[in-house]
Design a binder for this molecule. Structure first.
Ligand SMILES: [Zn+2]
Length: 205
């Protein structure tokens, strides 16, 4: 059942670390980096390129360390970091996301959601061809699915724990539709499911 370890590119690690610093402050981030073996990034962010940076297992440890640092508040902090990291992607990596010059305002809401989620899938695949992710439209609600989720790599849990992903997807859907939607992680590899699945629920009032 163990998944092969893989790599995360500099651009994506940079996105996560810049966002984590924004949300946690530099001191908080540095403490976390030291507890998860990534002290080389203290005061030295990786460049914004597509070269390999760290292993997927290190990325999972970073997420776990942030959760551990905040205890019960960890889930909310990771969601905030996820939101910030989508904003960073839009700001600094629009070409990577395939969003440069995108005109989606006239599309129906479901099409807009599909557009941005496919953008995320394609950007991830561009960064690592081993990524196995897709947008699922077979159910009543559109869902984002990844079989190679880095956040929960090697972890086990009774409940879904890919909170950073939930934050990124909710910010992506907000960007595409102008409204906050509930994002529910219905499946998680850490629970023994065959993939992590994030369903886009109803718009929040
Ligand atoms: Zn996951």
């Amino acid at each position: 059942m163990s998944r092969p370890d893989s790599v995360i590119v500099n651009g994506l690690v940079r996105q996560a670390l810049v966002s984590a610093e924004e949300v946690m402050g530099a001191n908080g981030l540095h403490t976390v980096l030291r507890t998860c073996g990534l002290e080389r990034y203290v005061d030295s962010m990786p460049p914004n390129d597509m070269n390999s940076a760290i292993n997927t297992s290190d990325y999972a440890k970073l997420n776990q360390a942030i959760e551990g640092f905040y205890g019960r508040a960890g889930k909310g902090m990771l969601r905030r970091i996820g939101k910030a990291s989508f904003q960073y992607g839009i700001r600094e990596q629009a070409a990577l996301l395939g969003l440069a010059g995108a005109a989606i305002k006239l599309l129906p809401e479901k099409q807009r959601i599909k557009f941005i989620l496919n953008g995320m899938v394609n950007a991830l695949k561009k960064s690592n061809s081993a990524v196995d992710a897709w947008v699922d439209e077979s159910g009543a609600n559109i869902a984002y699915i990844e079989r190679t989720c880095a956040i929960c790599w090697g972890r086990t849990s009774q409940t879904p724990l890919c909170h950073l992903y939930i934050g990124s997807i909710s910010e992506a859907v907000l960007w595409a539709t102008g409204g906050e939607h509930d994002i529910i992680e219905t499946h998680c590899l850490a629970k023994g499911d065959e993939y992590c699945r994030f369903e886009v629920g109803a718009a929040k009032a």
